[in-house]
Design a protein around this ligand. Sequence first.
Ligand SMILES: [Zn+2]
Length: 212
Amino acid sequence: MTSPVVDEDGALKPALQLLGDAIHRLCGPQSQFMDGKLLWASSRYMQLRDATAGEQVNTGTGGGSKSQPPCWLDAVDLLAEIDAAVECWQPAFSGVPATVGRLRWIEKRSWRPQDVRQIEQIIGAVAEWAAQIDALLDPPKRWTLPFPCPQCESTIVYRKDSGGDMVRQQALNISEDGCTCIKCKAFWPPERFTWLGRVLGSLPKNVLEEGA
Ligand SMILES: [Zn+2]
């Protein structure tokens, strides 16, 4: 142990409040308003678990590829990191899954004012995991562009969706990561958005600002 930092008694209460908030953000159900209705979704942690378990049997990509999506390994790694760190903080647990049970115990532990620094470290890690799960499971925003591809001149392509139905789609797909033609696979990184915008006449304003 390094030299303990003894905080004032008052600092414990806000730290425990933040700890509870951070754990809830990772392990509590998520609520969202949609069309005026309050909807509930499972927690970030459970969604991460589901994502790593479900993708193993899902090979129906329609494109013939059986490889996992690129984020799948990241999700497996992140889940392993969370489980290992939480077990290290709190070996004993009750409940299923173990990590959620352990975090509930951590939340209810008899913390003392001199533990505030340790509490803050836990808050930082838990908050970071919640943000990483959001980044992994919420795909980046994507737009399609109603313009012909500068390379192959396709505007519309027809492709099978995951259910095997033919869908009509714009050839050019753009996100903050770059612009891709799904017909000829041409790719333009964000540094070329200004050039693309000149060739095509316009790009979504928010994308241009991101890539400028
Ligand atoms: Zn193209």
